[in-house]
Design a protein around this ligand. Structure first.
Ligand code: SIN
Length: 325
């Protein structure tokens, strides 16, 4: 018996198979397409569009204020899976942002930064047009407050006044950075721990660097010299994925390596590796964007290329747990 495809060149019309039979032949492709759209784009009832092949997704939600508990649970899972999510066109007062954030968990402690007068759990991330080239808040690769015994799980950032250009935020996936390690490095790093401290960000010697932000009050003090040891390889408490939990802003030492030069070389390498462009996503903000990112699996970096423009976002952070191997 002749194959139904016999004699066909790729792309040619089949002249003899009737329409209904042709459709039957296409059934597997149609099924796959439906599965793709339902699983990938409509993950758990919400439309999700990936931003890169590594991390980041836009999630389509009309209004985060009215999500049901099960939708909120889905959103949390999507945030853990994609590591940073962007929800567009959200209108939230500071109190509404706090209420929404509480549904993800209790508020985390935010030392050194005076909160917004609107609410003690909100930080106004604000650089005024007149602040020019002053150092911006978040302007170095970091994972929020990783120097704490239990750093924040999620950060929620709501864009209110975004410059005409510039002020994008980059995130990098520390899960992807872990997965890309050789087996030998995975084994070696599993025996190391990182010493996290806010010393080079918020100790009194750093006060001057923060003084250029006329509308943010960042108060450096000696507690920034405290240290906290976390494993270099951690297990994400919700996804159970392994993570290379490193960021240059707060990891200032590594235990288990005696040779100072070797240690510094490793720390430089870890910074370059974990922030490699291939593990990153970059977001160009619009007013109303709401970003939720997972500090347990990402680092981020707020670009400072908008001198002369005002940029304001409201930030809340959700308490996390002690990082575990
Ligand atoms: C931050 O590090 O929390 C600020 C990020 C940003 O302003 O884009």
């Amino acid at each position: 018996m002749k194959s139904p495809m016999a004699g066909l060149t790729p792309g040619a019309q089949h002249p003899t198979v009737p329409i209904s039979k042709r459709h039957v032949l296409m059934l597997p492709q149609i099924t796959m397409l439906i599965l793709y759209w339902s699983l990938v784009l409509y993950g758990r009832g919400m439309r999700v569009e990936r931003l890169t092949g590594v991390l980041g997704a836009t999630v389509y939600v009309d209004d985060v204020k009215v999500l049901t508990d099960s939708q909120l649970e889905s959103l949390r899972e999507i945030a853990c899976e994609h590591e940073v999510i962007i929800i567009k066109n959200q209108s939230l007062t500071p109190l509404e942002q706090v209420d929404f954030s509480h549904r993800l968990g209790p508020a985390a402690e935010s030392p050194f930064i005076e909160p917004s007068p609107d609410h003690p759990e909100v930080i106004k991330v604000l650089k005024e047009a007149k602040d020019g080239n002053a150092f911006n808040f978040g302007g170095a690769w970091h994972s929020d407050f990783s120097f704490q015994p239990a750093p924040p799980s999620f950060t929620v950032l709501h864009a209110l006044d975004i410059p005409a250009y510039g002020g994008d935020t980059l995130w990098s996936s520390m899960t992807a950075a872990y997965n890309a390690l050789s087996d030998a490095y995975k084994e070696q790093f599993s025996h190391l721990a990182a010493i996290h401290t806010a010393r080079d960000a918020y100790s009194p010697k750093m006060q001057a660097i923060h003084s250029g932000l006329s509308s943010m009050n960042i108060v450096c003090d000696e507690t920034a010299n405290d240290t906290e040891i976390h494993p270099l390889i951690t297990t994400h408490p919700e996804t159970e994925k392994l993570v290379l939990f490193y960021n240059r802003a707060y990891v200032r030492d590594i235990t288990g390596i005696a040779d100072e030069i070797e240690k510094l070389r490793l720390m430089d390498w870890l910074h370059l590796h974990t922030t490699d462009a291939k593990f990153t996503v970059r977001h160009k903000w619009s007013n109303g964007d709401l970003a939720i990112w997972d500090n347990r699996s990402t680092q981020h970096y707020a670009l400072n290329d908008y001198a002369g423009f005002r940029r304001e976002l409201h930030r809340t952070t959700i308490a996390g747990t002690r990082p575990m191997q």
